[in-house]
Design a protein around this ligand. Structure first.
Ligand code: FDA
Length: 391
């Protein structure tokens, strides 16, 4: 049986970062992954350009049962440190809206950088490895039986990610390990995911598919303003993905289609100048949207004949358009999963489980989900670095 100081399950963002950092501390590290390639999610992230962090990372950008949990790791490894690492590897990057940083040449560079760091730190990465059995043994640590042999480790780090995107080998393995050792796991659901509609709404959106417009969406007390993209099944785009983290089935969402406009004032002006509602809306959105909107929400009489109350109601239909999504598009289309290993079960400083000494959880396997914008990777890096100091 081969012996290591640290075995890490999952060669994704958190696992590779932790491996390199622990390796630099002189720990003998082995990373195991059942997938044929390391860090598959990094490769497809950010449309292939990897939104690897954000200039403005705050605890408020994270959703977790215990909002204080993320503070320590994020403070100890701010985004500036990851940017420094990226710069040391001469990776070109650009800042896009909302402080989001993306590589210029492609996400593969971030994977290459992490693998290079693991090589320099002499941390070993072993892919295509299926874990059959895990056991904790007093004085020994952990025994890990796999398709490629058996291993012993003092510390076991679970970095197996969340449930989103199962076609890239996402699994609930980390949640099952937590449960096996008696840790609580918060229920999971898809996050950063499109919202879908059924029957007539689905058909309505499908007709408009491909349309993009900047809107403001309010849901469950949270408000986001970014681009909305209409799809064949409903709505997507950054503003919808952000909203999906807070939306619960059965709840409405409220869309302000014209967030820069005082819609009532404009309708009153249109009325006084006897102008066309269709022309006005076409100019502010698109001809296609305006026509579809007016077919769905026609004014039952000419603008000139509308009372102030009728104008007010119509203005509200545009600025507080209330919709009831049927569901999310599910894990197949989600960027992350909400829920995961209960943050009350592990130390926010070391990520070690309180119930099982030597057992650590980092990255998305934990009940920590970031907003869209590089926050999820920053969580992976920061939790990995904190854990690497402790293993
Ligand atoms: P991650 O999922 O990266 O790694 C887990 C690893 O564990 C995988 O390699 C997996 O194969 C392995 N594993 C799972 N089960 C196993 C088992 N039973 N045995 C062995 N190994 C196992 N975030 C962001 O900040 N910016 C962005 O641009 C994007 N873009 C994006 C696009 C898309 C399409 C997706 C699906 C996701 C994103 N994300 C993102 C989210 C981001 O990818 C995610 O939060 C991090 O990869 C999480 O890092 P982890 O290391 O925790 O898990």
């Amino acid at each position: 049986m081969q012996q290591y100081d640290v075995v890490i399950i999952g060669a994704g963002a958190a696992g590779l970062m932790c491996a390199a950092q622990a390796g630099y501390r002189g720990r003998q590290v082995l990373v195991l992954d059942h997938a044929p390639k390391a860090a598959a999610k990094i490769r497809i992230s950010g449309g292939g350009k990897c939104n690897f962090t954000n200039l403005n990372v705050k605890p408020e950008h994270y959703i977790t049962q215990n909002p204080h949990f993320v503070k320590s790791a994020l403070a100890r490894y701010p985004s500036s440190q990851f940017i420094e690492l990226v710069e040391r590897h001469a990776i070109d990057y650009e800042e896009r809206s909302h402080g989001q940083l993306f590589t210029m040449q492609g996400a593969g560079q971030i994977i290459q950088m992490l693998r290079q760091e693991c090589d320099w730190a002499e941390a070993k990465i072993q892919l295509n490895t299926h874990i059959h059995k895990l056991e904790a043994q007093a004085d020994v640590g952990f025994i890990i039986q796999t398709s490629e042999g058996d291993y012993m480790a003092q510390s076991l780090v679970v970095a197996s990610g969340g449930l989103a995107y199962p076609k890239l080998k996402a699994s609930d393995f980390g949640h099952r390990i937590a449960q096996k050792f008696g840790l609580n796991v918060m229920p999971s659901r898809p996050g950063l995911v499109p919202l879908v509609f059924k029957s007539s709404w689905k058909d309505w959106f499908s007709e408009l598919s491909g349309l993009s417009m900047e809107v403001e969406i309010r849901s469950a007390g949270h408000i986001f303003r970014e681009a909305m993209l209409v799809t064949h099944h409903g709505i997507s785009g950054p503003v919808v993905l952000q909203t999906s983290n807070y939306w619960q089935p059965g709840q409405p969402i409220e869309i302000n289609l014209l967030p820069d406009k005082d819609v009532l004032a404009e309708l009153k002006q249109l009325k006084s100048q006897s102008q066309s509602l269709n022309k006005w809306l076409s100019q502010l959105t698109t001809k296609r949207f305006s026509q579809a909107w007016l077919a769905k929400y026609p004014l039952d009489k000419p603008l000139a004949e509308c009372t102030d109350k009728e104008l007010e109601d119509y203005a509200l239909s545009l600025s507080q358009w209330r919709l009831y999504p049927e569901d999310t598009a599910g894990y197949d289309k989600a960027e992350v999963s909400l829920g995961g290993v209960d943050t009350n079960e592990v130390s926010s400083k070391t990520f070690e489980s309180y119930k099982q000494p030597g057992l650590y959880f980092i990255g998305e396997v934990l009940d920590v989900t970031g907003h869209l914008g590089g926050y999820n990777f920053q969580w992976a890096w920061a939790s990995a670095v904190a854990c690497a100091q402790a293993v």
